[in-house]
Design a protein around this ligand. Sequence first.
Ligand code: AMP
Ligand code: MG
Length: 312
Amino acid sequence: MNTQTMSELGRGRMKQLSDLFKVKPGSTVTLPRDFDPAFVAGYGPEGGDKAKKALRQGVEILAEYQDRLAAQDMHGLLVVLQGLDAAGKDGTIKHVMSGVNPQGVDVHAFKVPSTEELNHDYLWRYALKLPARGKIGIFNRSHYEEVLVVRVHPELLEREHLPPETRDRGIWQRRFREINDWERYLVANGIHVVKCFLNISREDQRQRFLARIERPEKNWKFTAADVRERAHWDEYQKAYSEVLTGTSTDHAPWHVIPADHKWFTHIAVAAVIAHALIKIDPQYPVVSPQTRKDLDAARRLLLAEAPTGKKP
Ligand code: AMP
Ligand code: MG
């Protein structure tokens, strides 16, 4: 098989995988009913040839397209990663981005907002960290926390200095609309948006928390607050269901990524990002006839400088 056909097959695989996880715009999502966190789409077993090849292909396509994205310097790609604690967001970034040039990627993790951030409109701090043209920006948690953790904990909304009349029952649907509008504006201006929700099961979160407590090198990843959040499991499933229903759009679709098997999460997220880049289809700039002439002249000068007896 020639290289051309192989890369076409690779691109086809990325689309196929990406489409498996996409939340159809306009559909109603109910978690955990609609998506199986343990799904591996026939890519098992872990470490098998099929699994290894799929990840390698994804990472290679990512590296190739990221180079083109940077060279063209026209489009940006924002990757939104959401998921409950221990869903695997950090590990996914580490594995999926292993092959790309670090200069072309910015990762931002969003934590509890600072006083300064709370003194601005809720999208402000996310707008500040958007990727530039030519870059991939990864949001490890994102503006979606504003309709997830803030919804599950109404006291957080109290801290946002909002005019009282905006804190009515319609606030969440309004935020969905505002987020959809903001993302539409970004995409229309060349900053593309792709969103992944890492869908972990309750049982696997329990096991990962236990590992974080029992293994000293993982202790730093665990706080008592994580177990308190776990007590709100059902509220989070409901809030996520509404987010996926209300904000998966044609311009910025959500993907529900099975997260119980880390190795498959990495394959799936690599495929979703690779497919998003393939759709952007960035091109290396073609040099103008004048630049071609300048390059040829420079080449002649450099060749003429070769020391005697050395190959040019
Ligand atoms: P981690 O990702 O484990 O480092 O934790 C970050 C914490 O910050 C999580 O508990 C998030 O829910 C919380 N967080 C992130 N964004 C917001 C926000 N906009 N408002 C309140 N809490 C947030
Ligand atoms: Mg945490």
